[in-house]
Design a protein around this ligand. Structure first.
Ligand SMILES: C[S@@+](CC[C@H](N)C(=O)[O-])C[C@H]1O[C@@H](n2cnc3c(N)ncnc32)[C@H](O)[C@@H]1O
Length: 242
C-alpha cells in the first residue's frame, strides 16, 4: 500500500505534472498516480471501509432490489464501492476524472458485480439527470478540488445538489473542519441565506483506530488528529418541518 506522503511527487519521468485538483488538467496527474496501484490492491485515502462501515449502515437507506442508488465521486483506487456491494448495496456508480482509475476498477470487478458502474467523468460537469441518486459519497475529492481553485469546488457541489433526490444525503469526509468547509457546502447569498439549503450535521472521526478522541487534548490537537464527516441532507419534497 502506498503512503500519502510518497505519492505527491511533482514529476513523473521528468514530465512536469499539472496541479492535481485542476478539473481541466488533473486527469494526467491522477492517471500517473493511480497507475502505481496495481493488480488487486486498493488504496484508500484518509480512512478505509472498516472505519466507515458503521456510518454507511446507519445513514444509507437499507438495500432493496432496486436501490438505493449511490454515487461515489472521485473513487480513485478506493475499495469502498466493492465493499458497499459486499454489504448488499448493489447499485453503486463510481466516477473519476482518471481513465486509469476506471480501467483498474473495471479490471478488478468480479463477474457478479456487474451492477457496480465505474465511469470516467468530471465531477464538475456530471452527465447524470437531476435527482437520480439517494446518496452521494465523497472522501478527499472536494479537498482535492479545493487545492486548485474555488470555482471547481462550487461547480462540483452544485452538481452534487442537483443529482441528489429530495431527502437524499451527501456524505463528505474531509481533512478540514466546519470553519473551512461549511462556507462551500452552504454558500450564502448576500442576504446570508444558504444557496444549498441542506441540513448539515458534523462529526469528528479519529485518524487512528484507537477509539474516541482524547478529551484532554486542546482544540487544535483534536482538529489535527481527526478527519471530519459532513452529513448533508437535501430538503425533502414536503420540507415544512425540515
Ligand atoms: C485524493 S483522491 C481520493 C480518492 C478516493 N476517494 C479515496 O478516498 O481513496 C482524489 C480523487 O479525485 C479524482 N478527481 C480529481 N479531480 C476530479 C474531477 N474533476 N472529477 C472527478 N474526479 C476527480 C482523482 O482522480 C482522485 O482519484
Amino acid at each position: 500500500m502506498l503512503s500519502i506522503h510518497e505519492s505527491l511527487e511533482p514529476t513523473v519521468r521528468g514530465v512536469e505534472l499539472p496541479p492535481y485538483g485542476d478539473p481541466q488538467l488533473s486527469a494526467l496527474y491522477w492517471d500517473a498516480r493511480h497507475a502505481r496501484v496495481t493488480g488487486a490492491a486498493f488504496f484508500d485515502w484518509y480512512l478505509d471501509y472498516t472505519r466507515l462501515r458503521g456510518i454507511f449502515l446507519q445513514e444509507l437507506p437499507a438495500p432493496s432490489e432496486s436501490g438505493p442508488e449511490i454515487l461515489d465521486v472521485g473513487f480513485g483506487t478506493s475499495e469502498i464501492p466493492s465493499s458497499l456491494f459486499h454489504d448488499g448495496y448493489h447499485f453503486v456508480t463510481a466516477i473519476d476524472v482518471s481513465a486509469e482509475s476506471v480501467r483498474l476498477a473495471q479490471q478488478r470487478r468480479s463477474s457478479e458485480q456487474k451492477s457496480l458502474q465505474f465511469l470516467q467523468m468530471n465531477a464538475t460537469r456530471m452527465s447524470f439527470p437531476d435527482e437520480c441518486f439517494h446518496a452521494v459519497f465523497d472522501k478527499a475529492t472536494l479537498d482535492t478540488l479545493l487545492c486548485s481553485h474555488q470555482g471547481a469546488a462550487e461547480a462540483y457541489l452544485s452538481e452534487v445538489f442537483r443529482v441528489l433526490q429530495p431527502g437524499g444525503i451527501f456524505l463528505l469526509i474531509s481533512h478540514s473542519g466546519p470553519a473551512e468547509r461549511l462556507p462551500y457546502l452552504l454558500r450564502l447569498n448576500s442576504a446570508q441565506e444558504a444557496i444549498r439549503p441542506w441540513k448539515v450535521q458534523v462529526a469528528q472521526l479519529p485518524k487512528s483506530d484507537g477509539g474516541d478522541l482524547d478529551p484532554h487534548e486542546g482544540e487544535d490537537d483534536r482538529a489535527n488528529s481527526c478527519f471530519w464527516l459532513f452529513l448533508c441532507t437535501k430538503p425533502p419534497v414536503n420540507s415544512e418541518s425540515f
